[in-house]
Design a protein around this ligand. Structure first.
Ligand code: LLP
Length: 423
């Protein structure tokens, strides 16, 4: 039986498998909490984008904030991807994973002088500039280094991506991007700055988007701007259309990547912009349904109004339920032939907000392993050490092979940089 999202994570009989390995075996081998990712699922998700873009000049820049493990980056780099980064730290990860800086776009509203300098020295492809202040500083930093910074402006198209307010970024009133009305003036300023070379235009309207409409609306607004900017003699070579495509956590039915990109390309062609290089910045849709978080059931706590299933993974391991009230599937790694009961699945952290799932019907006993589904994106990458909990280990699976790609953190590692006072 396959579960929402990925054919690579599915039951065979009573046991839940990731590719050809039973997840319960992985938990025994590597311990819990444990993130496990399917390489085939990641590459299959990428292939949808690649098929749609075949035959066109393009670059798929994996938005690595979704999952920045070096082995995950290496997987995408080997498959030809570039990367969308939002910090100097992410750039160092790309380089450590063998990624090519010349395929990196640098996004984010708060790039520091030091981050700009390092990215210029590494030779990133493009800075996605989000404000006029940033543009001026970038020009200065580039001049000091004797370089030119290639830029696109991230424009805010003011369309509603119809997603959670915390992950909607393309509306007026968001901190992101340059307002549509002022973009032309900022492009003219950019074209006049000595350290800047205008390369393209960029927009990203939000995350976990499940409809095609907002993408096409944003695209139309972007193409309007492209035409206005070019009528002032400023050439834009590439269109960076951002990321944001949603995945199935429960019953969402997002368009598949191939269909979405084909629809966007058709609009681009229809408006006579078919010659432009296309950049995309998908994150969640490449890794989300490729991963699970495994947790061991510690205790069952029956209660009057609620019963709790206490597991060894917590909000520090997977923040999405606590932060966005996100619903993520939770299933046993080995099914029991017993009646299910209703539980809130909670972690050991000292916060009432520390829950992974509410009112879940589960037939479980202490010692069983549960899998939180669709946890490949914004799971480990948002993990913290709250309550001095070491972060989980991670494994990458391909067929019947499993590689540990991050060791479990030890307590000593957590306070390694701290110092006692003298005396
Ligand atoms: N490009 C830019 C400029 C972005 O800000 C983002 C995500 C992406 C690309 C990739 O978006 P994706 O394809 O993954 O939707 N922590 C939240 C999601 C935050 C997304 C932030 N920006 C969550 O767990 O739902």
């Amino acid at each position: 039986m396959s579960l929402p999202g990925s054919p690579h994570i599915a039951y065979r009989g009573r046991d839940l498998f990731i590719e050809d390995i039973a997840l319960a075996d992985l938990a025994r081998r590597f311990g819990t909490p444990l993130y496990a990712y399917s390489r085939a699922a990641m590459l299959a998700a990428l292939a949808g984008y690649q098929r749609a873009l075949a035959g066109r000049e393009h670059l798929i820049c994996y938005a690595m904030k979704a999952n920045s493990n070096l082995a995950v980056l290496q997987t995408f780099a080997r498959a030809g991807c570039g990367f969308d980064i939002v910090s100097g730290g992410e750039l160092e990860r790309v380089l450590a994973a063998g990624g090519d800086a010349a395929k990196v776009v640098f996004s984010g509203v708060g790039k520091t002088r030091a981050e700009m300098a390092r990215a210029l020295q590494a030779g990133v492809a493009c800075f996605n500039v989000e404000s006029e202040g940033e543009l001026e500083l970038l020009s200065q930093v580039a001049l000091q280094l004797g370089r030119t910074a290639r830029i696109s402006l991230r424009v805010n198209p003011d369309v509603d991506a119809k997603t959670h307010p915390y992950i909607s970024t393309g509306l007026k009133g968001n901190k992101f991007g340059v307002a549509h009305e002022t973009a032309l003036a900022v492009y003219r300023r950019a074209a006049a700055l000595p350290g800047i070379e205008v390369a393209g235009i960029d927009c990203h309207i939000g995350s976990q988007i499940t409809e095609t409409g907002p993408y096409l609306d944003a695209l139309d607004r972007v193409l309007d701007l492209v035409e206005a900017v070019e009528s002032h003699g400023i050439a834009l070579q590439h269109l960076d259309l951002g990321g944001g495509l949603g995945i199935t956590y429960t019953d969402e039915q997002p368009p598949d990547a191939e269909a979405l990109v084909r629809a966007m390309l058709a609009r681009i062609d229809a408006r006579g912009h078919g010659q432009r290089k296309i950049l995309l910045e998908p994150g969640r849709s490449l890794v989300g349904n490729a991963g699970v978080l495994l947790a061991e059931v510690l205790y069952l706590k029956p209660g009057g109004s609620k019963s709790f299933c206490v597991v060894d993974a917590a909000m520090n391991d997977l923040m999405r339920p606590a932060m966005y009230e996100a619903w993520m599937g939770i299933v046993p790694c080995t099914q029991r032939d017993e009646p299910a009961q209703t539980f809130d699945v909670v972690g050991p952290v000292c916060e009432s907000g520390d829950w992974l799932g509410r009112e879940r019907h589960l037939a479980v006993r202490p010692g069983d392993t549960l899998a939180v589904l669709s946890a490949g994106a914004y799971g480990m990458s948002m993990a913290s050490n709250y309550n001095t909990r070491g972060r989980a280990a991670e494994v990458l699976v391909s067929g019947s092979e499993a590689w540990m790609i991050r060791e479990r953190e030890t307590a000593a590692e957590l306070f390694r940089g701290e110092r006692l006072l003298p005396g």
